[in-house]
Ligand binder design. Structure first.
Ligand SMILES: Nc1ncnc2c1ncn2[C@@H]1O[C@H](COP(=O)(O)OP(=O)(O)OP(=O)(O)O)[C@@H](O)[C@H]1O
Ligand SMILES: [Mg+2]
Length: 203
């Protein structure tokens, strides 16, 4: 099986498993990830963090980004561009988020539940200013290889940042797996955080 095909099959399986989780588990996972990340020295030191507003069945990140912002960290959040690349804008509290597409006047009908920052977009290269990057993932393997939702958006965004930047995937415990398919464009992460294991760094 080609890697692109096996990714497709894996994604469906992982998304189904997430859909079967209750809201309690998503919220509890979000609290555990938040607590593990807020205690991380690199995040305490970071002036600027690129994060994301969770949606659907992802582990909740809203408490985390609120806490980072409250303690004075500059938080950047992505806006999905029509070509699948990511633009970035600052988070200025919960009122600075709106349904995806709302700014363009379609009321966010394109992606229900997805929230994006309403502050002025700073361009795809703005991610280069982040000291730490929090990355959504459906799964991460023991080498840092990551499976996303299939748009290649984070592969493009992470291609812009240097290898020294701490990139952290956020997943449920069972989504830290032994091996994922890898294509040449796939970018590895430096670390992953799960609710039970906390932060796991890759060699
Ligand atoms: N740097 C790039 N420039 C243009 N297209 C790219 C780039 N990187 C990846 N892509 C495209 O994105 C598609 C999806 O990639 P992939 O299956 O790795 O998604 P993913 O990593 O799961 O998604 P995401 O990064 O959005 O979470 C690939 O088929 C590839 O053509
Ligand atoms: Mg990829």
């Amino acid at each position: 099986m080609r890697d692109a095909d096996s990714k497709h099959t894996l994604r469906r399986r992982l998304l189904t498993a997430r859909a079967e989780m209750g809201a309690d588990r998503r919220a509890a996972a979000g609290r555990a990830l938040r607590d593990a990340l807020l205690d991380l020295p690199e995040l305490e030191m970071a002036a600027s963090v690129a994060a994301y507003a969770s949606f659907g069945n992802e582990p909740d990140t809203h408490g985390l980004i609120f806490a980072l912002w409250k303690r004075g960290t500059y938080v950047l959040l992505p806006r999905l561009l029509p070509d699948g690349d990511l633009d970035w804008a600052s988070y200025e509290g919960p009122d600075s988020l709106a349904p995806r597409g709302a700014a363009e006047g379609d009321g966010g009908s394109g992606a229900p539940g997805m929230l994006e920052p309403t502050e002025p977009p700073r361009g795809p290269d703005a991610i280069k200013a982040a000291d730490v990057i929090l990355v959504p993932a459906l799964a991460v393997d023991r080498t840092g290889m990551r499976l996303g939702r299939g748009g290649g958006s984070y592969d493009r965004a992470l291609a812009r940042v240097g290898p020294q930047i701490l990139t952290i995937g956020l997943v449920y415990d069972e989504e830290l797996v032994d091996r994922l398919p890898a294509e040449p464009h796939d970018r590895r992460l430096r670390a992953v955080v799960t609710p039970s294991r906390g932060l796991v760094r890759f060699p």
